[in-house]
Design a protein around this ligand. Structure first.
Ligand code: HAM
Length: 423
């Protein structure tokens, strides 16, 4: 137990973490260009936020939350998603009182107690955005286009964008009734959970992963058949804007999404080829959520993308990552008596903004050179007592093997000059 991590979690080790840093760098740049500000909410929240926000009949709330009582006997939940926390923060900090729309983004770990498999973890990471305060269908289109823009900046191709309108509280009751009528005659084909859901939230049956329920709902009525005029014109406007932006989409009338807060636009992006867990992102509008969380009637829309699944897809599509910068220079000491000066010199180089390191294991000069080679450092500065007396170091170019004496007071500048030449 002491040396095993909990199932469904991972360590992101050096070698891998640079890919994450690159991904985060591309995301942060994208968000700046689209006018989003970062928000960081707590990893845990009051359980009620998700029960009310995500929906009590969803898989997430029914079976996937990490919920526990804290020492003060409060029910606490590790966040399974980022939208409800963003809404809570928007209300708690009265962001609705400032200029609208408010455009927020987040990157961070989420927690769901699900059966782990390739692409599905119990701790995973999402990049998400939320926009509060605008009904404009142009925002829906822009949000979708932004997600697609990120994938294309990362070099991903052959993705499928599925989009649907799940209606609003005005058209939902009609659909609800039609679904109840439809499934009532197929009760014996539904899983016990869905039989139970039929009365409370029949829409959830369309999202059930049980084979029998998938089969039973094949010809079920869909939201598009019963949209109210306002939802229809909103959806048509979104699709028109997407066409104008050159974003290819497929209208998927069976798309319902696994969270209850959606109204109007709902979308999901699939990466065929990464296995069963091929949804690399999804989102939609949630015009009733702010109000359901106790705030004013303010509309919202957003999405979240799974970072592990994006990385999996990048690997599967053979996309290479930029080489992370390593050390600029390694300081090797030829004489144990020079250790003190080596320490000071490395510190000075770092103060000049260079990435510098040295030996801490008392290695011989030969072993230090070998170690520097393993670190793939381009330059090694060799410090011996004779060189020290003369105020110089020998600077070796590891690629060519050529070596040159450099006065100590010029060492930083010389390294910078050579690194600039390489970069
Ligand atoms: P979601 O569809 O539940 O939506 O999750 C979004 C993405 O997170 C998925 O498409 C997938 O890439 C990733 N993901 C979900 N569960 C796992 C898991 N167990 N392991 C690995 N990756 C996973 C939401 O969470 C909504 N909050 C999105 C949203 C934001 N809607 C509006 N605003």
């Amino acid at each position: 137990m002491l040396t095993t991590r909990p199932r469904g979690t991972s360590d992101i080790l050096p070698g891998q973490v640079e890919k994450w840093q690159y991904l985060e760098q591309v995301i942060r740049r994208l968000c700046r260009e689209y006018g989003y500000s970062e928000i960081r909410t707590p990893i845990f929240e009051h359980t009620e936020l998700f029960e009310r926000g995500v929906g009590e009949t969803t898989d997430i709330v029914e079976k996937e939350m990490y919920t526990f009582r804290d020492r003060g006997d409060r029910s606490i939940t590790l966040r399974p998603e980022g939208t409800a926390p963003a809404v809570r923060a928007y209300l708690e900090s009265r962001l609705f009182a400032g200029p609208q729309p408010v455009k927020l983004y987040y990157i961070g770990p989420m927690f769901r107690y699900d059966r782990p498999q390739a692409g599905r973890y119990r701790q995973f990471h999402q990049f998400g955005v939320e926009v509060f305060g605008s009904h404009d269908p142009a925002v829906d289109a822009e949000v979708v286009a932004m997600a697609m823009d990120l994938y294309s900046r990362l070099g991903l191709s052959d993705l499928e964008l599925h989009i649907n309108s799940v209606g609003c509280p005005r058209c939902r009751p009609v659909l609800r009734e039609k679904l109840q009528d439809f499934f009532r005659s197929r009760l014996d084909k539904l899983c016990p959970n869905c039989r139970d859901r039929l009365g409370r939230n029949p829409l959830r049956i369309l999202d059930c992963k049980e084979k029998s329920c998938i089969q039973a709902s094949e010809d079920a009525p869909t939201s598009l058949d019963y949209l109210c005029p306002e939802c229809t014109s909103h959806f048509q406007a979104v699709l028109k804007y997407l066409e104008e932006l050159g974003v290819a989409y497929t209208v998927d009338r069976r798309l319902v999404r696994g969270l209850d807060y959606y109204t109007h636009t709902a979308f999901e992006i699939m990466a065929p080829g990464i296995g069963a867990q091929n949804s690399i992102g999804g989102g939609g509008r949630y015009n009733g959520l702010v109000e359901a969380c106790g705030g004013p009637a303010i509309p919202g829309i957003g999405y979240a993308l799974g970072l592990e699944r994006i990385l999996l897809t990048m690997e599967q599509q053979g996309i290479s990552f930029p080489r992370p910068p390593g050390l600029d220079v390694f300081l090797a000491t030829a004489d144990p008596a020079a250790q003190g000066q080596a320490m000071v010199l490395v510190q000075e180089l770092r103060r000049e903004g260079l990435a510098a390191d040295r030996d801490y294991l008392g290695r011989s000069l030969k072993a230090q050179m070998k170690y520097a080679g393993k670190l793939e450092v381009g330059l090694v500065a060799i410090l011996g007592s004779d060189e020290l007396k003369r105020g110089v170091v020998a600077l070796r170019d590891m690629a060519t093997g050529s070596q040159e004496e450099i006065p100590l007071d010029r060492l930083g500048d010389e390294i910078k000059r050579r690194c600039a030449g390489i970069k």
